[in-house]
Design a protein around this ligand. Structure first.
Ligand code: PLP
Length: 371
């Protein structure tokens, strides 16, 4: 039995006719840029997230980039982000000429350590960019408190956390802006690249809308140096079909996580991911820690037995070659380094069959050296 890390065919097959019909209607409309479907998607997404504004953009990366541009991040500024995340989080900071300052993570939830945020604040710090990694929100109650204390902006990287909650509140609604991705592997997976920024701030929303079209308003009169950060009309149309299904997808992910938790609970060589109290985890990834220094060989073994799995992420950002100019090799992010040596993400996509999960569990437990 094959157990792929991700298989979107089943999910997409169920809505095939609606998707094809929508494709034709956009085709017939001849309207491909910022039309009715984008407007509808922004309205639907804002309603789902409970925010005043939602702005469709070209990718999750661009959602972060345009949000940082909109709050004026640039040369001389520092932005604190976790060391253990996807590259784009910090890449956007550095691309604007600012300095990414890497905070360590907690090993309990793989999210930014608020204790370490405090240690890394300087007079140049302008913003905190927490990531809700693997579908679980960071400790936003504390992040918001620190931000208020030091007068910092908070921009949330919600690429992996569409639908996740902290204290009953949606991820993306704690800071000034929330940045989502609809890359196919995310909780709301599109048909290519796209993303979204949500915010309750009217003037920030207006500025992001202007930056999205090269900073021009009206057209050809450029107030800012923006870029092309638009979501495609076709993409928005297809996402309008998928959005009503997202809670069902999340329910299935949570169910799959429960099966793993039950089946793996007595395996001493593993540390299982936990849902922190007060959080609603959407399990974009189910990421275990493999102890005893055997993660790489276990990864090889189970991969060659037809179980899709992957290492998110094998090298902390503060150890990346391209960020060397910003980091102090004598003072690395310790937990991020441990996580990158121990983590392994297992298949958890919504349409996974329980038998496939049991198969993955069996292959994984057999691959672990006896203690
Ligand atoms: C996927 C992802 C991004 C980037 O989103 P794209 O849509 O691929 O540009 C940013 N941050 C994190 C944590 C991600 O997982």
């Amino acid at each position: 039995m094959k157990v792929p890390l991700l298989d979107l065919q089943i999910q997409n097959e169920k809505i095939r006719s609606e998707i094809i019909e929508k494709f034709s209607s956009v085709f017939d409309s001849g309207e491909f840029i910022l039309g009715k479907e984008v407007e509808a998607f922004e309205k639907n997404a804002a309603q789902y997230l409970g925010t005043k504004h939602a702005i469709g953009v070209s990718s999750g990366t661009d959602a972060i980039l345009v949000s940082l541009m909109a709050i004026g991040i640039g040369a001389g500024d520092e932005v604190i982000c976790p060391s253990f995340t996807f590259f784009a989080t910090a890449g956007c900071i550095a691309r604007l000429g600012a300095k990414p300052v890497f905070a360590d993570i907690n090993l309990e939830d793989f999210n930014i350590s608020t204790g370490d945020i405090r240690k890394k604040i300087t007079k140049r710090t302008k913003a905190i960019l927490p990531v809700h990694l693997f579908g679980q929100t960071a400790d936003m109650s504390s992040v918001v408190k620190i931000a208020e204390e030091f007068d910092l902006a908070v921009i949330e990287d919600c690429a992996q956390s569409f639908g996740s909650k902290h204290g009953g509140k949606q991820s993306g609604t704690f800071g000034l802006a929330g940045c989502f991705s609809f890359f196919p592997s995310k909780n709301l997976g599109g048909f290519g690249d796209s993303g979204l920024v949500c915010t309750d701030d009217d003037s920030l929303a207006e500025k992001i809308r202007i930056l999205r079209v090269h900073g021009a308003k009206p057209r050809y009169f450029h107030r800012y140096i923006g870029g092309n950060f638009r979501i495609d009309e076709l993409q928005a149309a297809l996402l309008n079909i998928k959005l009503p299904h997202v809670d069902g997808y999340i329910r299935n992910r949570r169910h799959n996580a429960e099966i793993y938790a039950e089946e793996l609970k007595n395996v001493p060589q593993l540390i299982l991911p936990q849902e922190i109290e007060g959080n609603f985890h959407t399990w974009n990834q189910f990421t275990v820690r493999i102890l005893d220094g055997v993660r790489d060989e276990v990864f090889q073994t189970i991969g060659s037995s037809g179980i899709g799995c992957n290492i998110y992420y094998p090298l902390p950002l503060d150890a990346q070659e391209c960020f060397r100019q910003f980091t102090d090799p004598k003072n690395p992010t310790f937990n991020a380094a441990i996580a990158s040596k121990e983590v392994l993400s297992l298949p958890i996509y919504p349409e996974l069959h329980p038998d496939q999960i049991l198969r993955a569990v069996k292959v994984l437990t057999n691959a672990l050296p006896r203690r």
